[in-house]
Design a protein around this ligand. Structure first.
Ligand SMILES: *Cc1c(COP(=O)(O)O)cnc(C)c1O
Length: 375
């Protein structure tokens, strides 16, 4: 049986006709940059995001960089990030001569919490970047309250959580990326809303910030040949926008399919000794960008190898804490011992999770994992 970590071909087959027609029409119209599909996608995505303004850009890393560039920060200002995340989150901070301050995460949600963030705040702190890791929102209500108290910006890295939503204690529901000041996302092919190349977006409910973000993404330009800011050249191309318009219509169905697979995994793994299933937070939905188990007893690498021999891919997101990366030894600051991150790096394993998983595939994967733990 052929098992993939992410089955993009299988997904394409179901939308082939729509995608082929859209791609061909872009080629025939030959407006490869800033064609009408780019604006249409931004409008449709804005509607999906309950009215947030959407600025599309070239990738998720650029989205984070553009967000940081829009905030009047100066070299040495501190930005709080999780030590357990993809490098892009901290990389753009380093690139802009800001200081990434790395804090530990919650062992169940894999996300940063207001309590740990509070211990990291100094007079130089300017912003917090919660990363909604693996598809579930960080606990945003206390984070927003802390940010307000201290006058900090909140930039959400929602590259893994497009479509997730967070419920406040008063019942208000907000989509990931529209909760803080700015949301940043990626349309990398394997992301939950992936295009067929690179792409990204920045969103905000604040129209002043939106204007500035839009200018920065486009050479800091107010109008043609008039430049108000130092910006970058970061664009989503028309072909990708045309593909994203189609996939956006399927996004909620895709999230449902991921949740159905996750529930099957949960029900089979629940109670298996040596394995901890991902914990659901009560105030966030989960869009399962990854289904990540924790393997106890130091057997993670052994399980990964066992699965590979059975033809089942599994990935370690992430094997090395950010603070242990060579590039971050000198530019960053670490708060606490980051022992949870260290534990997670040696115990997490993400198993196949995508929109096309069949019951037979799930049975093959879970049978194999169960037989490992019985042996
Ligand atoms: C994928 C990802 C990014 C970067 O997105 P790119 O489009 O690859 O630049 C940033 N942060 C997180 C958490 C991601 O998963």
């Amino acid at each position: 049986m052929k098992i993939e970590m992410v089955d993009l071909k299988g997904q394409y087959v179901h939308i082939q006709q729509e995608v082929d027609e859209a791609v061909l029409s872009v080629i025939r119209e030959a407006q490869f940059i800033n064609g009408p599909q780019v604006g249409s996608f931004a409008n449709e995505f804005s509607e999906y995001l309950d009215g947030a303004q959407v600025i599309s850009c070239a990738n998720g890393t650029d989205a984070l960089q553009i967000a940081m560039m829009a905030l009047d920060l100066k070299p040495g200002d501190e930005i709080i990030v999780p030590s357990f995340t993809y490098v892009a989150t901290a990389e753009v901070i380093g690139l802009l001569q800001l200081k990434p301050v790395m804090v530990d995460v919650d062992p169940d949600s894999f996300n940063i919490t207001a309590d740990t963030i509070r211990t990291a705040i100094t007079s130089k702190t300017k912003a917090i970047v919660p990363v909604h890791l693996f598809g579930q929102c960080a606990d945003m209500e206390p984070i927003l309250a802390l940010a307000k108290e201290k006058g900090l910006y909140v930039i959400e890295d929602t590259a893994q959580a497009i479509g997730a939503s967070y419920t406040f204690s008063d019942g208000t529901v907000k989509k990931a990326g529209t909760i803080g000041h700015i949301g940043c996302t990626s349309f990398f092919p394997s992301k939950n809303l992936g295009c067929y190349g690179d792409g990204g977006a920045i969103y905000t409910m604040d129209s002043n910030l939106a204007d500035r973000l839009r200018m920065i993404a486009n050479h800091g330009q107010v109008k043609k040949y008039v430049h108000k800011y130092i910006g970058v050249n970061s664009r989503l191309d028309t072909l990708q926008a045309a593909i994203l318009r189609i996939k956006l219509r399927h996004l909620d169905t895709y999230s449902t399919a991921r949740n159905a697979a996750a529930e099957k995994y949960d029900s089979i793994f629940n109670g298996v000794e040596g394995l901890v299933i991902p914990k659901r937070q009560s105030n966030s939905s989960h869009v399962f960008h990854q289904y990540t188990i924790k393997v106890t007893g130091g057997r993670r690498d052994e399980l990964k190898k066992y699965l590979e021999q059975a033809g089942i891919p599994a990935m370690i997101y992430y094997p090395i804490p950010l603070n242990e990366q060579e590039a971050y030894q000198t530019i960053g600051r670490v708060v606490g011992d980051l022992s949870i991150t260290k534990d997670l790096c040696s115990s997490v394993l993400s198993i196949p999770m995508h929109t096309e998983l069949t019951d037979d595939q799930i049975k093959f994967i879970t049978d194999s994992i169960l037989s490992f733990f019985k042996s």
